[in-house]
Structure formats: C-alpha cells, structure tokens
Design a protein around this ligand. Structure first.
Ligand code: SF4
Length: 332
C-alpha cells in the first residue's frame, strides 16, 4: 500500500453537495465534500450511517434519484467532468470508466436470469457488436478473475452463497475495466472469513486492472487493514483525511480521535460505538462545526463558523493530512 501521495490524480471531487428535498426542507446529505484519488490508490470513506458516505458514492456515479439532487460540485475523472455530461454520455462512462459495487449487491442481481447472462448484459450494453463466442469467453475470463468456477455462469443467483453473489457483483463492476471502482460496504453482510477473502479478491482485481478504489464503510478497523488513506465523514462533510497510519496514530479531529479510541486496541478492529450524543439532524444542522454539540474540545468559535478542511502539519510528516477543525486553524 502507498500513502496516496504517488501516482497521478484520476479523480478529483470538488465541493460536492447533495440534498434530499422533503416537505420539511432540504436534508443536506452531502455538504461540500472534496478529495482526490490517485491511480492505484485505495481510499476509504468511513462514517456512521447518515454521514453521507454512500450518498457521495452514488453521486460520483450520478445515481442519485429524486427527491435527492446533486446541487453543486465538480467530479473530474481524468479529462471528463462527470456532472456536466448528458445522461447518455454518463451511461457510457458508468461501468467503463467508473464503476460501483453497490451496497446489497446480493439483492440487486436479477433472480430469474442466469449469472452469465447478467455479466454479458453489462458488456453488451457498452459493446453491442460483440459476437456470442467472444462474449461467452469474456464472461468465463471475468468469472475466473473473481475466482468463480465457469459453471457459475449457468446458475441462478439463488443457487449461490453470499460470498459468491458478491463476487458476481464484482465481475459485473469490473467487466469493462474501469479506472475507478467504488465499493459500498461490499462485505457487510458476510461473515469475517468470507469478508477477508472477498476483499483480497477485490484488491487483486484492482491491481490487475491498475484501478483506484474507493471503499465505503462504517467499520474503521476493517478499513484500516484495507486502504491507503481514510476520509472520515461526519454530517455530510469530511472531518479528516489522511494516510491510515498517521490518522490512527495521531488523529487530528476530535471525532476521529473518539472513533479511534473506541476501537479495541490490539487489532484495531471493531465498529463505531461509545461516542456520547447523536449525529445532528441534516434537516436543521447545528450552526458552525456540525460536531460541536458532541465535541469534548468545543470552543466558542466552534458554534459560529464552519471549519474548512485544510492541510495540517502532523508530527509523522508522512503524506498530506487534512482536518476540518478550529483547533488546527490559525487564530482568527
Ligand atoms: Fe470540536 Fe470545534 Fe474542532 Fe468542531 S471545530 S471538532 S467543535 S474543536
């Protein structure tokens, strides 16, 4: 793994905002998210449910459905500005340049279609001229790539285990060799051993394709074992971004510190728990820093202005560290 500082930038997200429009007003699910992803890098987006991590993933794919709407932002994928593409242009980019292994992929497979036909559909939707034999061969290769037996092509989803279905989802997501793969909680429904195997496969496939990965999840411990950098999300914003090791050893944002402290120390594996208070309402977010009602280090200015995500010099000096916290800002 790298610290994310090598490689060229393949994806640059700037000031992304996604709101869900309800009768009571807009729910600000994603509010000004920005980050970069480099070729070959694995970035983890971690946060509690409702922190905006899955909405961010769906927005990058332009799959937000009403009453949700992308209100603002830019998503540069190499030379393309994804938010400026027409729906048809975006349809062509999806899967071929940027792809998603969705949350609950196991339930997103068509129950009445054979697995091979579902993988073939994705290829055909982008490459209509492919003849039957090459298509069959391509499906075989893809199943082998995700470590599934070729016989799986003739099976229906209900004949597969959870881990196998997850691999089929992976085969579909990488069928067109995308540069960026987004995996949204890809293993949350699987037991720990299967989780590890599926993740290993995902990262081997990533290497073979030379793709970058955004891994979305809520398990900080699992994330720490898998990615190069972590972006911690809170209330629709990024609270902190940095290389895994530095972020775990010297968290800069009080929220990250509480998350890290809540992990069992030996393996640093576990889920969020033990942070007093509740995440704020995104319908009526608190003024200033969204974490201020729960923050043990709250100061007067924290309820007055929203801290920007800015570079912070950290003791380890390895890789860029960013935090959105007034503790690290210059005096006003
Ligand atoms: Fe806590 Fe203030 Fe930093 Fe927010 S800005 S995390 S309230 S110290």
């Amino acid at each position: 793994m790298s610290d994310g500082s090598g490689g060229r930038v393949v994806l640059r997200v700037e000031d992304l905002r996604v709101h869900y429009h309800t009768g009571r007003g807009p729910v600000r699910a994603v509010e000004g998210v920005g980050f970069e992803l480099r070729s070959g890098e694995r970035l983890g987006l971690v946060g509690e449910s409702g922190s905006g991590k899955s909405t961010t993933a769906m927005a990058l794919m332009r799959l937000i459905r009403p009453p949700g709407r992308i209100e603002a932002g830019r998503v540069h994928l190499d030379e393309l500005e994804l938010l400026a593409l027409s729906d048809e242009e975006m349809r062509r980019v999806r899967f071929s340049r940027i792809s998603l292994i969705p949350q609950g992929v196991m339930n997103s497979l068509n129950p009445v279609m054979r697995v091979g036909a579902q993988v073939a559909d994705t290829i055909e939707a982008h490459d209509e001229g492919t003849d039957r034999d090459s298509l069959r061969e391509r499906v075989r290769e893809l199943l082998a790539l995700v470590e599934l037996d070729p016989a799986v092509a003739r099976m229906h989803p209900h004949e597969l285990s959870g881990g196998m279905k997850q691999r089929v989802g992976m085969a579909i997501a990488v069928a067109l060799r995308p540069q960026v793969i987004i995996a949204d909680e890809p293993t949350s429904a699987l037991d720990v051993v299967v989780q590890k195997r599926v993740m290993d496969t995902l990262f081997r496939v990533q290497k073979e394709l030379d793709a970058a990965v955004i891994l979305v999840g809520h398990d900080m411990g699992l994330m720490a074992q898998c990615v190069d950098r972590i972006g911690v999300m809170y209330a629709g914003r990024l609270a902190e971004v940095g290389p895994v090791r530095g972020l775990l050893e010297e968290p800069l944002h009080p929220y990250t510190r509480l998350l890290v402290d809540s992990l069992p120390s030996l393996e640093r594996r576990g889920e969020f728990r033990g942070i007093p208070g509740l995440p704020p309402s995104l319908l009526e977010p608190p003024p200033g820093c969204p974490f201020h009602p729960r923050c043990p280090e709250v100061m007067e200015r924290c309820s007055e202005s929203v801290p920007a995500l800015e570079p912070v010099a950290a003791a380890d000096g390895a890789g860029e560290r960013l935090a959105a916290c007034h503790l690290h800002a210059e005096a006003p």
